[in-house]
Design a binder for this molecule. Structure first.
Ligand SMILES: Cc1cc2nc3c(=O)[nH]c(=O)nc-3n(C[C@H](O)[C@H](O)[C@H](O)COP(=O)(O)OP(=O)(O)OC[C@H]3O[C@@H](n4cnc5c(N)ncnc54)[C@H](O)[C@@H]3O)c2cc1C
Length: 365
């Protein structure tokens, strides 16, 4: 007989670990599958000030501070106006945001979930998941089998579990991030996020703990292919054509190879499916990094998901209502987010190029 859990969470990013931690803290039996060992680069290193109350509520604030995250004092943006605009985090009420090593951050959350009683199965991928009307049968890599009353898709933008269950991913754009790092950087005076609009998209640079800087060109997948922007030559040429970003980085080439990350805004929809599963974090709604809110949203939706999952465990007869309420909250979040995103992109009028025009058309639709 496979081990039986109340909940199997697939994916050990912030959404999955926070969901598991919340459930395990209320005495539910939880297994968390994570395909990696947090040993590969991860994006999403700049955390909004508003993660502070969420981390405190999870009971991991001291562990977080022990990671020695770099305080982030705010954002400098060169958007429609070529002159930089400053947005200080002081107004947020929490004094600062942070620049973190996402591998260490995600590992810290997974350790906290394990300490709360979650069975954390590292280097374990989901292979298959079937519902027999009473329980989920979960097949993992290594032919390991688990059973659960509920399952959670926390696999990030890939939404592997939800898609395997028939959910659809609505895509609102084709954004990708092409990223590299520079090592041996003095980041003392650099503790802010810089965003800069360019003809084919926008640039993002931020310091990382340990004296590194991450830089990213956000553009559309077809423009990336057309102009070979994932190749070092064209990418550096675009970088050196910027103003504040080029000045921040200086004339040196990146120390790491370029990596391309999908970054499209997407919403997972599951019409008329009331089987007991939920999507959380990016697997439910993935947002444009311009919002700077991905990790914050992952932690927030974990709270809503945990409440819904506890409801499903305690009152299985209310499954249809609970799932509909949860999905409706995600739909509202998606609508609000799309308005916010249109606001960011509508502000740039100086580039009449496909990247910016597409977003304006979308905003007008
Ligand atoms: C280019 C880029 C830049 C970004 N910058 C920022 C930023 O500066 N600040 C910010 O707040 N957000 C940022 N984000 C968004 C942020 O990274 C995400 O919103 C956040 O990581 C979502 O957390 P999650 O737990 O939902 O998903 P993820 O962090 O993607 O975690 C998913 C986890 O599931 C695991 N997994 C996947 N498939 C399987 C499987 N089959 N079996 C087992 N495990 C599996 C993965 O290994 C991973 O650990 C950025 C995103 C991109 C693409």
């Amino acid at each position: 007989m496979p081990a039986m859990y109340d909940v199997v969470v697939v994916g050990g990013g912030p959404a999955g670990t926070a969901t598991a931690l919340r459930l395990a803290s209320t005495g539910r039996s939880v297994a968390l599958l994570e395909r990696s060992h947090f040993d590969h680069p991860r994006v999403g290193e700049t955390l909004a000030p508003a993660v502070q109350p969420l981390l405190r509520e999870l009971g991991v604030w001291d562990r977080y501070c022990a990671l020695r995250p770099l305080p982030s004092w705010g954002t400098r943006s060169i958007w429609d106006d070529p002159e930089p605009a400053e947005h200080s985090h002081l107004a947020s009420g929490y004094a600062s945001g942070w620049h973190v090593d996402r591998r260490a951050f995600d590992r810290m959350l997974a350790d906290a979930a394990a300490d709360a009683g979650t069975d954390v199965l590292m280097r374990t991928s989901l292979v298959n998941c079937r519902y027999d009307g009473a329980a989920w049968n979960v097949v993992c890599s290594g032919e390991r089998r688990l059973a659960a009353r509920l399952v959670v898709d926390a696999t990030g933008r890939s939404a592997v579990l939800g898609r395997s269950l028939g959910a659809r991913r609505l895509a609102f754009d084709r954004l990708v991030g092409i990223t590299a790092q520079w090592h041996g950087v003095n980041v003392t005076d650099e503790q802010y996020l810089l965003v800069e609009a360019a003809a084919d998209g926008w640039w993002y640079t931020a310091p990382l703990p340990g004296g590194a800087m991450v830089g990213m060109l956000m553009t559309d997948a077809d423009l990336c292919r057309r102009d070979r922007l994932a190749s070092a030559g064209p990418w550096h040429n675009r970088l050196f054509a910027t103003t504040a970003t080029a000045e921040r980085i200086g004339p040196r080439s990146a120390s790491s190879a370029l990596l391309v990350y999908p970054a499209a805004s997407r919403r997972t929809t599951r019409l008329h499916d009331v089987r007991p599963w939920l999507a959380v974090g990016d697997a439910a709604l993935s947002v444009d990094p311009i919002s700077g809110s991905g990790v914050q949203r992952a932690l927030q939706t974990a709270a809503g998901a945990a409440d819904t999952l506890i409801g499903l465990l305690d009152r299985p007869g209310d499954a249809a209502t609970l799932i509909t309420q949860y999905e409706s909250a995600r739909d509202t979040e998606c609508t609000t987010y799309l308005i916010e995103r249109a606001h960011y992109y509508n502000a740039v009028r100086r580039y009449p190029t496909p990247f910016w025009n597409r977003r304006k058309l979308h905003a007008a639709a």
